[in-house]
Design a protein around this ligand. Structure first.
Ligand code: UD1
Length: 420
């Protein structure tokens, strides 16, 4: 297996380009199943996860053409299967989102229950309940969800008991082709939800209120082809911002939407980092040596993103003072803490809370990636640590960060991938 080797202690300077959002792209790809006409997605990231999703779509009969320049054409003209087998679902939770579109388009579907990052139990009960409310008859057997709706799906009023990004998206993906109106209350408000609604509306859907906690969908009988540009990846942008904050230096983060990261800019500014928001880019600068410890708590959007918690912890590991980091979205998302401790960080975890006591220096060591966002926090810590850090199990990293080591090397980091 490949590893990443970093010699830490160098500041980052220059410009970095942000790709389209992984979390958005995966759901937009599922949306392609809803029409027999082509969906053309621009600003597509090239990641292990998007390739995995493409394999699944190809298995279902979707014709996929890479048109170059980060543009991919998906045509679900003639679907050949309504079954997503275990081998094509197990690695990634977002693949489960094909259940709703298949059901809406074909009246039946059978999809293996999902896998994904080991960051908690992550059930799909809300997804199944919402599809049930839309009229699907769902049975669970042998690790598969089988859903049928012989008379088609119908609109419903669904009030989610708590905010779920995946369940909100999944219900939208089915309700667009349901008979009548669907109202989603306590819907997720993430930018990826707004992006999905924009794409579906471009395909002829009638969705209002995306980005608020009430989404209203008037079902239509068919969707048509469209061209849509994937929203920039706010998690990738935030990760580079936190990397510069940790190492020092000045980096322009290009092709991003700074307003999607307001919950990050506040704590970073309080910590002593200069943030200059521009139209489509942001400048992150740390010139003075002091970094103040700041407390954060993860929340659904517009709160602090759980997908940046691990990276923020890496930053706080070398701040002055003590930072309390509370994780409220996932129950097991501190697996990076013991690995950061191997680099010299002083972190104690009590349930949902991590107490990070800043240290003067981190030191390179061999560490192991445990999940997607955790692995990039080890990269950030490695960039700061004195000496050599070797990160193994970096397939986690390849799921969500395109060209990470090349982008960081171009900013001045001493980082390279060593092929197994
Ligand atoms: C998505 C993102 C992930 C991000 C998360 C929260 C993708 C591919 N992944 O994950 O990167 O960290 O949003 O911003 O877009 N839950 C249930 N039952 C359900 C659904 C969810 O109990 O049916 C729980 C989850 O276990 C978790 C919480 O709800 O504790 C929030 O999960 P959710 O918002 O659904 O996250 P994902 O869509 O899986």
């Amino acid at each position: 297996m490949d590893i990443i080797r970093i010699i830490g202690g160098r500041p980052l300077n220059g410009a970095v380009h942000i790709n389209g959002a992984k979390n958005s792209a995966l759901k937009l790809m599922a949306a392609a199943l809803l029409s027999d006409e082509p969906l053309i997605l621009k600003n597509m990231p090239d990641l292990a996860d998007t390739r995995f999703m493409a394999h699944l779509l190809a298995h279902l009969g979707v014709d996929i053409i890479d048109e170059g320049a980060a543009t991919t054409r998906f045509c679900a003209g003639a679907l050949t299967s309504s079954e997503a087998p275990y081998d094509l679902v197990r690695k990634m939770r977002a693949t489960f989102n094909v259940l709703g579109p298949l059901l809406a388009r074909r009246g039946q579907a059978r999809v293996s229950l999902p896998g994904g990052c080991a960051i908690g139990a992550r059930p799909v009960d809300l997804h199944l309940k919402a599809l049930g409310a839309l009229g699907a008859d769902i049975t669970l057997d042998e690790g598969y969800a089988t859903a049928v709706a012989p008379k088609g799906l119908h609109g419903a009023h669904i009030s989610f008991p708590f905010v779920s990004v995946g369940a909100t998206e999944h219900t939208m993906l089915a309700a667009v082709l349901a008979h009548g109106q669907t109202i989603l209350d306590n819907a997720a408000r993430e930018p990826e939800i707004t992006d999905l609604a924009a794409c579906l509306n471009a395909m002829g859907a009638h969705i209002e209120g995306a980005g608020t906690d009430r989404i209203v969908i008037d079902g239509v009988t068919a969707l048509h082809g469209a061209t849509h540009e994937v929203v920039p990846d706010r998690i990738e942008a935030g990760t580079y911002a936190l990397a510069v904050a940790a190492t020092g230096g000045r980096v322009i983060i290009e092709n991003c939407r700074p307003a999607h990261l307001n919950a990050l800019w506040g704590p970073m500014r309080e910590a002593g980092i200069n943030i200059t928001e521009q139209d489509g880019s942001v400048i992150v600068e740390r010139t003075n040596g002091t970094l103040e410890a700041i407390d954060i708590e993860t929340r659904a959007f517009p709160g602090f993103p759980t997908d940046l918690q691990a990276q923020f912890m890496a930053l706080m590991a070398c701040a002055r003072g003590t930072s309390i980091i509370r994780e409220t979205i996932f129950e097991n998302r501190f697996m990076h803490a013991p690995e950061l401790a191997r680099l010299g960080a002083n972190i104690t975890v009590h349930g949902h809370e991590a107490v990070v006591r800043g240290v003067d220096e981190l030191h390179g060591a061999p560490v192991m990636a445990t999940d997607l966002r955790a692995s990039v926090s080890l990269v950030i810590a490695g960039l700061v640590a004195q000496g050599e850090t070797q990160i193994s199990r970096i397939y986690h990293l390849d799921r969500g960060f395109e060209g990470l080591e090349n982008k960081l090397a171009a900013l001045g980091a001493d980082i390279r991938r060593i092929k197994a």
